[in-house]
Design a binder for this molecule. Structure first.
Ligand code: NAD
Length: 426
């Protein structure tokens, strides 16, 4: 590895093959590793080279289907791309429990995104606010000139709000341009608009504009969904009591709320990846929303109805698109939309919210009853067996033994393998 050096000039300009060749010289790939990199899956070389920079190959993850979902009286099979075992099974189980009382009820999700324009160096802020209001029509018209297709389809910039911020660098005026981005995630759409109207806003405000960029805190694009989870199918009153206690714990403690919300994002992000959407936008928006009150809080709420069933509600901003970005370019993402049988970004967000709620209920139920490890580790035991180098034909056997002995550890898997190979009695 003496040649290993990260300073490579012009890597960007090389073809994928030449990048691999160069890496191969530095890292000394074996034949299997070269084959791994050469396998682009469903992408062509020219296609994949345009998605990001310095591409050397493609990266695969498993895709599974969460079953049993009924949302607003329509059935959905939900594709999930995730590396973690037991998540898909958990979502399917919770969806089955919700089905008994009609499934999930999601509200329409508006596709409104916010683009921020930061005006600094202002003398009379009140005068500037007035001027912006007077020029509103011209500003919105000029923003919309950037995207005639979006406007033709019924979307576009329709308003803006102005916020005053006190900062260590003086008072700032922040314009929030509001844009209906329809079926797109919308970041590029609103960024382009904000950049194009900024010179005009700078001129009429007399200030200096720095940032012009989407806000990932999409407070006008909040998905709201609820469902009733049957008390008997959940496991009875004691389990519900445990879930309510877990919820109170999360409400009172950000350490717990973080893990509570991580469970929700297990579902939402798996669908975000499956549809080729921007996971970082969804994550940052959800967590900022969870902290809006000043205390980081759970994104779900729970109560008991008059029959003793558990009612769960979720509220989370979801900037998900079915057009734009990678969504339409990724062959598997297109297939995912076909499996989902959805036609709008609004519907996708409704499904994602239901999935997040289901995931959360499943995790809380497991925590409140058998504990998360039992269900989790049964599936995980196979991965542990693989990690321990157990040959394919013995994985099931070794994994079962790990679960039976409640010792799901690599060292124990190795020991079991050795004993099995020596024909010892286990
Ligand atoms: P885009 O710009 O690729 O495509 C949107 C365009 O599609 C619209 O401008 C419109 O003209 C057209 N369109 C056709 N039919 C439409 C319909 N039915 N609804 C809406 N638009 C339609 O996509 P985008 O959604 O603006 O951008 C998404 C990408 O931006 C993602 O890849 C994301 O990662 C990236 N991004 C994110 C951030 C951020 O989140 N902070 C910042 C920059 C870029």
């Amino acid at each position: 590895m003496s040649e290993y050096n990260s300073e490579i000039s012009g890597f960007y300009n090389l073809s994928i093959k030449k990048r691999r060749k160069l890496l191969s010289k530095l890292i000394k790939f074996n034949e299997d590793e070269i084959k791994l990199l050469e396998n682009l899956g469903y992408f062509s070389e020219s296609q994949i080279d345009t998605f990001i920079e310095n591409v050397i190959g493609s990266y695969q993850l498993p895709i599974g289907i969460a079953c049993n979902f009924k949302i607003n009286n329509k059935d959905y099979l939900i594709p999930m791309v995730i590396e973690e075992p037991s998540v898909v099974a958990a979502a399917s189980n919770a969806a089955k429990i919700a089905r008994k009382h009609g499934g999930f009820h999601s509200e329409n999700v508006q596709s409104v995104m916010i683009s921020q324009i930061q005006i600094t160096n202002l003398k009379k802020i009140e005068d500037v606010k007035k001027k912006l209001e007077e020029h509103k029509e011209t500003i919105l018209k000029s923003a919309n000139e950037n995207d005639p297709l979006l406007v033709e389809l019924g979307g576009g910039a329709f308003d803006f709000e102005v916020r005053e911020l006190k900062t260590r660098k003086g008072d700032m005026l922040i314009v929030h341009l509001l844009v209906d981005v329809l079926d797109a995630m919308g970041a590029n759409v609103v960024n382009t608009m904000a950049e194009s109207i900024s010179p005009y806003i700078e001129e009429i405000s007399g200030g200096k504009i720095y940032l012009r960029i989407v806000s990932n805190l999409a407070t006008y694009r909040v998905a709201k969904c609820e469902a009733t989870f049957d008390k008997d199918l959940l496991g009875g009153r004691e389990v519900i009591e445990g879930i309510l206690n877990a919820y109170e714990f999360a409400l009172a403690d950000p350490y717990r709320a973080t893990t509570h919300n991580k469970g929700i994002m297990n579902g939402i992000i798996a669908l975000t990846i499956a549809t080729g959407n921007d996971t970082r936008a969804i994550e940052s928006g959800a967590h900022a929303y969870a902290a809006l009150s000043g205390q980081y809080s759970p994104l779900t709420k729970f109560e008991i109805d008059s029959d003793g069933n558990l009612v769960g509600k979720i509220e989370v901003p979801l900037a998900l698109g079915i057009i734009g970005g990678m969504t339409k370019l990724h062959p598997m993402a297109r297939l995912v939309l076909k499996i989902l049988n959805i036609k709008t970004a609004n519907e996708l967000s409704q499904v994602a919210a239901a999935l997040g709620l289901a995931q959360n209920v499943a995790a809380l139920r497991a925590l409140a009853s058998e504990g998360i490890q039992e269900g989790h580790m049964v599936l995980h035991s196979r991965n542990i067996a693989k990690l321990a180098g157990v040959p394919e034909n013995m994985i099931e056997k070794v994994a079962n033994k790990l679960v039976q002995d409640k010792k799901i550890r690599v060292d124990y898997a190795k020991e079991i393998l050795r004993r099995m190979q020596n024909n010892e009695n286990l």
